[in-house]
Design a protein around this ligand. Structure first.
Ligand code: SAJ
Length: 436
């Protein structure tokens, strides 16, 4: 018998998950509160997602294996994939999980499996999902299989990651975990590892916190290098030849909807044990400010204009959520400096900040009249960037937060180059190096 699956939350994880499960011959209903999105899906159109996802979603819609609605229906398996953002005071906002759990439980019957995929503080599945089941008169342990199975999607490579990554599947009971394992292994080539729901919640937070703390460590190494006149990139390269060392890449800060958010869930719940994690968050969040401070120390002044290269939080994607560029914009506004943001992929930015990004995809117009250029995103388009790409007079300063540009070529034209983790280089340094 074909199992029916309801996926609640059709965002960057839920929608591709729903479509890929439908592709494996499950009967899938996608549910979302966004009526415009649902209406588009109902006429067979996929209005969001990466280029690879759109045809998968549209194929699933046309085959009838995937349908969309604003309200759930009875099914065998329910998957909740709604956002879990943080509040301005860095607390987990679980309101969407609560709402989705309550609405979903209206349709849940004994024998069903209910899975939470949203990144959540330890204990959320036991509290909120099981709590919503109890409110409907269901015993979360006897009547249902309740699970926590975190997504591990790397935006830009979503389809592959859903289909190939190993998964952690946590159950409120061993029976629930084994059922989740069988379900995920039915559409995913990766292996599913059964644990408890709390262990799975912790694993997801551990994975992203590990990355954040390691990036912060790399950023601290960059600060030390900047002070000591050493190039950190060169040192990281040789240090990483050690078989048990993997220093991450320093940069202009940490963006995205996961890494700058998830460590706070641990800090909120375990403040006495998370000094290191808290400090790492502060270090990564301060990187855009440090870049601006360095530029100001090199002469950038209020009233001048700068160009920011890159709005996306990571290279070659069009996703600008929580991008370090937004923090840089706020710092520029505070310093009375004007800005234009160039990005070849991002067409709109949902900013928390009250300041506009002033986005353009025309590099020459973005840098025209700029006193300084900040490189914030590791897009391929900026790799090896040369002065001639600016198509006109040079800025006085280039601040390379990603170590991408052809620094020598800029310095040769009199531009001062500030790079994360390296000494500042200006034309006078080159002159000094020329033998008499
Ligand atoms: N970054 C650095 N230095 C590095 C690596 C990354 O500065 O060495 C920056 C990036 O430029 C970016 C930020 O960190 O601004 C976050 O990037 P990321 O590469 O960690 O990727 P995300 O946030 O897109 O995806 C992460 C992934 N988690 C891990 O790699 C542990 C992904 O697998 C998760 O599914 C995703 O978070 C999520 O949804 O939780």
């Amino acid at each position: 018998m074909v199992e029916k699956v309801v996926v609640v939350g059709l965002g960057y994880v839920g929608l591709p998950t729903a479509a890929l499960i439908a592709d494996k011959r499950y009967d899938v209903l996608g549910v979302d509160v966004n009526t415009r999105l649902v209406e588009m899906l109902q006429v067979g159109k996929c209005p969001l997602g990466e280029a690879e996802i759109i045809p998968v979603v549209e194929r699933a819609l046309h085959s009838g294996q995937l349908r969309a609605a604003t309200v759930a229906e009875p099914a065998d398996i329910f998957i909740i994939c709604v956002p879990t953002p943080i509040t301005t005071d860095k607390r987990a906002d679980l309101s969407m999980v609560s709402k989705a759990a309550k609405a979903t439980m209206q349709h849940v019957r004994p024998g069903n499996m209910v899975i939470l995929e949203s990144t959540s503080p330890i204990g959320t599945t036991g509290d909120i999902i099981a709590g919503a089941a109890r409110e409907m008169g269901l015993d979360p342990v006897i009547d249902l299989d309740i699970c926590y199975c975190p997504e591990r999607v790397f935006p830009g490579n979503t389809v592959n990651e859903i289909l190939k990554n190993d998964r952690v599947v946590g159950g409120l009971t061993p029976r629930a975990a084994m059922r989740a394992k069988a379900f995920y292994e039915s559409f995913c080539a990766g292996k599913a590892f059964p644990v408890t729901a709390a262990e799975a919640e912790f694993s997801k937070l551990m994975e992203n916190t590990y990355r954040d703390v390691n990036i912060a460590l790399a950023n601290v190494f960059a600060h030390i290098a900047e002070r000591s006149g050493i190039d950190v990139a060169k040192v990281i390269e040789v240090a990483n030849r050690h078989p048990r060392v993997n220093v991450h890449t320093p940069g202009p800060g940490v963006g995205g909807h996961c890494i700058p958010v998830d460590p706070w869930f641990l800090v909120e719940s375990y403040p006495e044990d998370t000094g290191l994690i808290h400090q790492a968050r502060l270090i990564n969040d301060a990187q855009p400010d440090r870049l601006l401070e360095a530029a100001r120390a090199a002469g950038l002044e209020a009233g001048e204009k700068v160009a920011i290269l890159g709005a996306a939080y990571r290279g070659n994607i069009d996703d600008a959520r929580d991008t370090p560029t937004e923090k840089l914009i706020d710092a520029l506004a505070d310093a009375g400096i004007e800005w234009v943001t160039h990005d070849p992929h991002v067409t709109h930015m949902h900013v928390h900040s009250e300041h506009p990004a002033n986005l353009t995809n025309d590099l020459v117009s973005a840098v025209r009249g700029a006193a300084a250029v900040f490189v914030m995103t590791d897009h391929d388009a900026y790799k090896g960037l040369k002065p001639m790409s600016f198509g006109g007079p040079m800025p006085r300063l280039v601040i390379d937060g990603r170590r991408l540009i052809d620094a020598d070529a800029f310095v040769a034209l009199g531009v001062t180059v500030i790079r994360v983790g390296a000494p500042v280089v200006s034309a006078s340094d080159i002159v000094l190096k020329i033998p008499a």
